[in-house]
Design a protein around this ligand. Structure first.
Ligand SMILES: NC(=O)c1ccc[n+]([C@@H]2O[C@H](COP(=O)([O-])OP(=O)(O)OC[C@H]3O[C@@H](n4cnc5c(N)ncnc54)[C@H](OP(=O)(O)O)[C@@H]3O)[C@@H](O)[C@H]2O)c1
Length: 422
């Protein structure tokens, strides 16, 4: 096992506590043979024999009595190199590493195929909630039409509290950090990068062609204010950080951003640190996977399941099934081509003709308004807050309209623009 932090300790605990059950499931014992860490003297949350620790990866690579390498160290490098070297040396790999899988899946699959070994990565998306294996196996008869998901527990926790308590982002972030739900440096979570890694993996499996993290449009949650939640609620919506990918005319569009979602939709009801993934396909229609997206023991459930699956192959000397066959390539659409409804919050002067000017800027960009509401008035600034909902429009025209609106003398500030999930 490479790494013994939050996840690795959970895996070691599960392997130890469930050893009889695992032996029954597999038909052979699973033994933890060696654990790579940086600091061999560090106290771990689950105790294993001190002699199992090493800080030298080559020791693991060279051992012929090791069948499976479990990578739970995280980060792109050297995890990628270790995974590839393990595969090249004929060892099977189980990994929880979303960054490596989002960026390098085709190289990893190719190395596994070349050496006739398996690589499984259930824990790389949604922790303890199964979704990778269902996409690879149970839904394989389907064409995936779209994937819509809440796959970052930290941001879902923050947004849930902003919504229910009407408090601002910074206050909730601090609380989340104190409770251990957010990292001291929360960038990867709050900027949507972590969700983009996971969406890239799900899209690659769903559309059977590589979708990289850099193909995913990414916008985080830091510009959301308590007011957005209040107005969204009045309009019948929740706000969630959604990861959405869809197949449109043979192309893929993949995006992570805050979205207004109607309150009666299933994803709107997913609160706190939980994850949920809704997959729409041609044969099944919609299926929803819902559950814990992180944590030591839930994540170890996914990893140990992968170990059991590979263990059965090893113990039974069975042929290894090629996990994923990817087509050559798929065109990824720009966010500018997105067509959806939009929510704008603006501060504008409270004087006659303002609505006409904003309406005309929108009309010139071929955007029609579905509702226009005047909210609070600020007597000091002489401005009023306006909330506009549009009919379907393209992102390109919305960006152009926002520029035009910003240039209007009567507009003091554009508070926010949020896409609506249809
Ligand atoms: N935490 C979760 O709930 C969760 C859920 C799903 C997926 N994952 C994924 O699981 C992986 C591990 O996450 P984690 O939360 O367990 O991380 P973590 O607590 O930071 O543990 C990382 C472990 O890897 C070791 N390590 C890191 N770099 C190393 C290097 N260059 N050489 C040797 N050892 C090294 C560390 O050794 P030392 O202890 O000696 O420093 C530590 O034991 C990541 O890919 C993460 O994205 C995590």
């Amino acid at each position: 096992m490479l790494g013994m932090g939050v996840v690795g300790s959970g895996v070691a605990r599960a392997l130890s506590q469930k050893s009889d059950s695992l032996a029954n499931q597999i038909g052979a014992n699973v033994c933890l043979k060696s654990v790579l860490v940086r600091d061999k003297t560090k106290q771990r949350s689950f105790e294993i024999g001190q002699n199992l620790f090493t800080d030298n990866f080559d020791e693991i690579l060279e051992r012929t009595d090791i069948d499976i390498v479990v990578e739970v160290m995280g980060g792109e490098h050297p995890a990628l190199e270790f995974i590839l070297a393990a595969l090249e040396s004929g060892k099977h790999v189980v990994t929880a590493n979303k960054e490596v899988m989002a960026k390098h899946a085709p190289d990893i699959f190719a190395a596994a195929r070349r050496k006739d070994v398996r690589v499984l990565f259930e824990a790389s998306v949604a922790g303890g909630t199964p979704v990778v294996s269902p996409l690879m196996r149970d839904l394989v008869a389907n064409e995936v039409v779209s994937i819509k998901a809440i796959i970052n527990g930290t941001t879902n926790y923050i947004l849930t509290r902003m919504s229910s308590e009407q408090i601002d982002y910074k206050t909730v972030l601090k609380d989340a950090q104190n409770l251990g739900y957010a990292e001291p440096d929360p960038t990867n979570d709050v900027e949507g990068i972590d969700a983009a890694y996971k969406l890239a993996i799900l899209s690659t499996l769903g559309f059977r062609a590589q979708v990289k993290d850099s193909d995913v449009f990414c916008e985080g949650i830091t510009s959301l204010s308590a007011k957005d939640f209040q107005y969204a609620d009045e309009l019948g919506y929740a706000i969630k950080l959604l990861a959405i990918s869809s197949r449109i005319n043979g192309e893929v569009q993949a995006r992570v951003h805050p979205a207004l979602i109607e309150k009666d939709q299933m994803l709107a009801k997913v609160d706190g640190v939980l994850n949920a993934i809704e997959i729409e396909t041609d044969l099944t229609g919609r299926v929803l996977f819902h559950g814990p997206g992180a944590g030591s023991m839930p994540t170890s459930s996914a990893i140990v399941a992968d170990i059991i699956n590979i263990g059965r192959n090893v113990a039974g000397n069975a042929a290894y099934l090629d996990p994923v066959r990817l087509s050559e390539s798929i065109k990824v659409q720009s966010i500018s081509d997105l067509q959806t409804k939009y929510y704008f919050r603006l501060e504008a002067k409270d004087e006659p003709g303002v609505l006409a000017q904003i309406g005309s800027a929108l009309a010139l960009n071929k955007i029609s308004i579905s509702s226009f509401i005047q909210k609070g008035f600020d007597p000091e600034q002489g401005t009023a807050e306006l909330v506009i909902m549009t009919h379907r429009a393209t992102e390109r025209s919305v960006q152009s309209a926002l520029k035009d609106i910003k240039d209007l003398d009567v507009v003091a500030r554009i508070g926010n623009m949020i896409r609506v999930s249809e």
